[in-house]
Design a protein around this ligand. Structure first.
Ligand code: G
Ligand code: G
Ligand code: MN
Ligand code: NA
Length: 250
């Protein structure tokens, strides 16, 4: 009941907004991608992290939220004209990836072409690969058929089995921030480098999430990671700020 009430309140107020967190290539130090992250903005302008996702999830309403995100991220991407090559990542929840409406929603949203150089990427988490199956595989194929890239999110966070790396060909693997934080503590550099190598062998590029300190960045540098995302470089930000950074690096 609590979930129901929270969802009703949020829906009534509208005010969902998207923030974007830049992803930085380790070699060039340029922004090569961004992840769209859902936020809620209250009347007084206060920005709230998506703690409400659990409530939407419980009520089976994640497709509604994710379709909104897809639509608005693609619309906002129109302003990325002329900023060069950049991938735009969107998180889709398990419910959304099992939703039979996904292909037709994509076709409607992608009817308007993206600016040259902008590529859509879908982030999926390991947990959703567990309860298979047919509908998930069909939707994954539908995403690929439309030229979208697939990223495996939160890799190494607890649901991983190595089988996934060979079963599904991912374009990108995002190493979970617990692994990255452990790098300067419990996780040895050798172990981390071997994990990166395993991912690279599967054919994916590797992104390290949640990089917060110079020490973490330096430890990563020799491990074969391609791209880094985290507060050390950038926090999630509004589209206007992102544009400013992208124009600046031209
Ligand atoms: O945005 P953080 O900043 O707090 O996000 C918290 C969690 O919410 C993360 O696990 C992230 O993947 C998830 N999340 C953020 N935006 C979206 C979204 O648009 N759709 C889905 N399904 N999950 C999202
Ligand atoms: O589950 P997913 O990886 O999609 O969620 C990304 C989440 O990580 C978002 O909530 C985002 O705000 C958060 N995040 C991004 N960079 C950092 C970081 O450097 N440190 C921490 N603690 N969280 C981060
Ligand atoms: Mn993500
Ligand atoms: Na993640």
């Amino acid at each position: 009941f609590h979930a129901q009430k929270e969802v009703e309140t949020l829906r009534a107020s509208g005010n969902f907004v998207l923030f974007y967190q830049p992803q930085v290539a380790l070699d060039s130090r340029r922004i090569v991608g961004v992840e769209a992250l859902l936020r809620h903005q209250s009347r007084d302008g206060h920005i709230m992290a998506p703690t409400f996702i659990a409530s939407f999830d419980r009520l089976g309403l994640m497709p509604e939220l994710d379709f909104w995100v897809l639509e608005h991220a693609v619309a906002a991407a129109q302003s990325l004209q002329g900023v060069g090559q950049v991938s735009l990542a969107i998180n889709l929840s398990p419910q959304t990836l099992l939703d039979v409406r996904l292909p037709q929603v994509l076709d409607r949203i992608l009817a308007k072409a993206l600016p040259t150089g902008v590529r859509l990427e879908i982030e999926i988490t390991e947990s959703q690969l567990i309860d298979d199956p047919v509908c998930f595989s069909a939707n994954l194929a539908a995403l690929r058929a439309r030229g979208l890239h697939i990223a495996l999110d939160d890799f190494g966070s607890g649901y991983s089995t190595l089988a996934y790396l060979t079963r599904y060909p991912f374009d990108k693997i995002k190493l979970d921030r617990t692994l990255v934080h452990g790098l300067t503590r419990s996780v040895g550099q050798e172990f981390f480098a071997a994990t990166v190598k395993l991912c690279r062998i599967s054919g994916a590029s590797v992104l390290a999430e949640g990089v917060e300190t110079k020490e973490e960045l330096e430890s990563l540098a020799t491990c074969g990671v391609n791209v880094v995302q985290g507060y050390y470089f950038y926090r999630p930000m509004p589209m206007a700020d992102l544009l400013h950074h992208l124009v600046e690096q031209q």
